[in-house]
Every structure is written in C-alpha cells, then in structure tokens.
Design a protein around this ligand. Structure first.
Ligand SMILES: [Zn+2]
Length: 289
C-alpha cells in the first residue's frame, strides 16, 4: 500500500450512490442504493479507529448537485456496477484530465483486487471519463474525488462475498485512504517471564563540582534564573583571593551557566564556559526513579 497525503484533507466524505427514491441498479431483489449504504456502520467504525474525520452523504448527491459540501475533503462515491451480462470485479472512475490516479486511488484499486478482482474490461482497474456529472463537478471544484464501482450487482458470487464481508470491505476502504492497514490486531510481544523487568531509573547530579581558578579576581555572578549578561550581575566572586574557589553544582542552565550557592550572594547563576578557565568535575549517579 502506498503512503497517501490524506492529512492534507479535513477528512473523508463517503457519498452513497443513488438513493432518495433512485434505487440504482437492481438484481435479484437487491438494490444498488441499499447495498452500498450497508457499509456505513463499519466505515464509521474504521474511520474512527483511524482517527480521521469521516462523514456520510446518504442523500442523492447526483440529484442534489451539492458537491461544495465536500470542499477541502476527499470523497469516495460508492456504487455497484451493472451490465446486461454480468462482468466481474470492481473499478474506479476519475475525471479525465485531472492528472491520473493518486496514491489513494491506487490503494483502492489494490483493495478492490483483493476483494473482487478488477473488472475485465480494463485490467488497470480504472476509467478516466468526462461524461459523468459528479466527477466533472468535483474536478471543477478542485475536490479530491473518485467514484468506486465495488462489483457488479448481478454477479452473485461477488454479491454474496460483499454481504458476508461488509467489515473487511469497509476496513480496506479506510486503509486505502490513510495508506496503512487500520484496525488490524497488533501483535504485542510477550515479555519473557524469566527476565525481571528493569526498574526505571534516572540520573542525578551527586556532588558535581565547579572550580574557579586562582588567576581570576573578578568573576560575575547573576540571579539564579538570569539574565546572564554583563550589566545584570548581582556581584563578583574573587577566586584569586582564596587561591581558587570550588563549589558544588546545584543545577545546570543552558549555554554554559551553572547554579551554585555562594556565601555572599546566596544562590546564583555563573557563566563557566571552558574558555573562562573554569573546570567542572562531573559526578552523576543512577538512582531508582
Ligand atoms: Zn450507480
């Protein structure tokens, strides 16, 4: 399955073909409009599982001519094919001249192949047409759209397969949209019981020290939380007077600043980049979290 650009759409709209008094194709007492609408519950389930925003147009979009309802979204319009002599398999229809199939289309064709095969007359699994209203309207409105003919309603094998696999067909359509299998049982690796699980740990600073060399007589210190810029100092340390000074590091700040406790200024931030001559002795220990 191909990765798709589905996240660039605000969601997926499913238009069910025909309806509102138009039965679509009929065969052996089955109606196209009723058959495709049987997918709604499962499509909703897998749409939710995939975390996408999914909507259904259960009216007759062809008659309503309301394609702007799906502006900014991707559209699957679901139909069943019909023929005087039953063909076999499914296919999709896209508007001629929109630049061919996208990854979503190709994924749908792959899923049609898995479930019904693709119709004999166009082994590629799709037609480009310019004489159908909804493909033309969507192309004009720049809506990502394909009409999906799932199978031939008068093919009893595919019809029975469909009725027995509404869940799988629905899952496959959602998977085709997002470009990965949705809602499959994931195999969770079983921990080996003989291996005791490692307790979580964290590293703490335990007596890391800062040494200021005795060659410097004025070393700026700042408020603990800065700003650590010249002019904002709260005072000066004088390492030279003491032949150098050593402090326990109480905390780290970004950009070569550490926090120490001083006798004269309390807790301060101090700039200790390598270039200053300061040396830091790190002592970190691992403890239970
Ligand atoms: Zn139809």
């Amino acid at each position: 399955m191909l990765a798709t650009n589905y996240t660039k759409f605000t969601g997926l709209d499913i238009w069910f073909g025909h309806g509102a008094g138009d039965p679509g194709a009929t065969s052996s007492g089955f109606q196209e409009q009723e058959m495709v609408r049987r997918l709604q519950t499962n499509l909703k389930k897998y749409g939710d599982k995939a975390g996408i925003n999914i909507r259904f147009y259960v009216g007759n979009m062809y008659a309503d001519n309301n394609v702007a309802w799906s502006k900014g979204r991707a559209v699957f319009e679901l139909h069943l094919d019909s023929a005087g002599t039953a063909g076999q398999g499914g296919h999709i229809i896209i508007q001629e001249g929109i630049g061919g199939l996208d990854a979503i289309d190709k994924n749908i064709i792959e899923k049609l192949k898995e479930n019904f095969g693709v119709v004999n007359r166009d082994g590629a699994g799709y037609d480009e047409r310019s004489d159908l209203a909804n493909p033309r309207r969507c192309a004009a409105a720049n809506i990502n759209y394909r009409l999906v003919e799932l199978f031939f309603i008068n093919d009893s094998t595919d019809r029975n397969y469909f009725l027995n696999n509404l869940d799988e067909v629905s899952r496959d359509l959602i998977s085709a949209f997002i470009g990965s299998e949705v809602g499959q049982a994931t195999t969770v690796p079983t921990p080996t019981p003989s291996q005791p699980s490692k307790k979580p740990t964290r590293w703490i600073n335990s007596g890391s020290t800062l040494h200021l060399p005795g060659t410097v007589s004025k070393w700026r210190v700042y408020r603990e939380n800065g700003p650590y810029t010249v002019g904002n100092e709260v005072g000066y340390l004088n390492p030279a007077k003491f032949g150098g000074l050593t402090y326990e590091i109480k905390g780290d700040r970004m950009n070569d600043v550490v926090v120490i406790d001083t006798r004269d200024f309390g807790r301060v931030g101090i700039y200790v980049a390598k270039s200053t001559g300061a040396t830091i002795k790190q002592n970190w220990i691992e403890v239970e979290a």
